[in-house]
Design a protein around this ligand. Structure first.
Ligand code: GRF
Length: 178
């Protein structure tokens, strides 16, 4: 039973839904996240930081809500906040993230721009388990894509996302089958 955390456009969430994976709850740190509009017939909830005393309290509420829905595996699909121990400790070894670089290279929120600025000729996508660091947990799978000379952040990110949309559902499906 999968819970997905989103902050943005939600194309990876869409890929999980299209793959027929058992997504039973979707949470976001942003009430207006476009990703939430992709979901029909599945419980969604927004957990905005401003509504809580601090990040730990927000993360605790989000984890408790997901647990209450029956979630066993959490997938971060473009979730742009770091998770605190209040969340991580409630889903040990059961949180997966997708990131638009070949980790451990280029972690962080600006991975695509950082890769272009560094002049790399190859990029890719990584699916990894989440720990308390920034995109630092054990790597489960990676796929490579070429970087073109005339790439902009948008064209490169689009190429990486095509890979993510195949890689993430495949790895999540494998985890569900375990
Ligand atoms: C993806 O590139 C993912 O790797 C990164 O954030 C982006 C989310 O895109 N963590 P989307 O919201 O799934 O379209």
């Amino acid at each position: 039973m999968i819970g997905v955390l989103v902050s943005g456009t939600g194309t990876n969430l869409q890929a999980l839904l299209d793959a027929g994976l058992p997504v039973i709850a979707v949470a976001s740190n942003k009430r207006g996240a476009p990703a939430l509009a992709r979901v029909a017939g599945i419980p969604t909830e927004a957990f905005e930081l401003d509504d809580y005393a601090d990040r730990a309290e927000r993360d605790r509420a989000m984890a408790v809500w997901l647990k209450g829905q029956g979630v066993e595996l959490v997938v971060l699909a473009g979730y742009m906040h770091l998770l605190t121990a209040a969340f991580l400790d409630r889903f040990p070894d059961a949180i997966v993230n997708v990131h638009p670089s070949l980790l451990p290279d280029f972690p962080g929120a600006h991975a695509v721009e950082d890769q272009l600025a560094a002049g790399v000729t190859e990029s890719g996508a990584t699916v990894h388990l989440v720990d308390q660091g920034v995109d630092s947990g054990p790597i489960l799978a990676q796929e490579r894509v070429p970087v073109h000379e005339d790439d902009t952040p948008e064209t490169l990110h689009d190429r990486i996302k095509q890979i993510e949309h195949e890689l993430l559902p495949r790895i999540v499906g494998e985890l569900c089958a375990r």
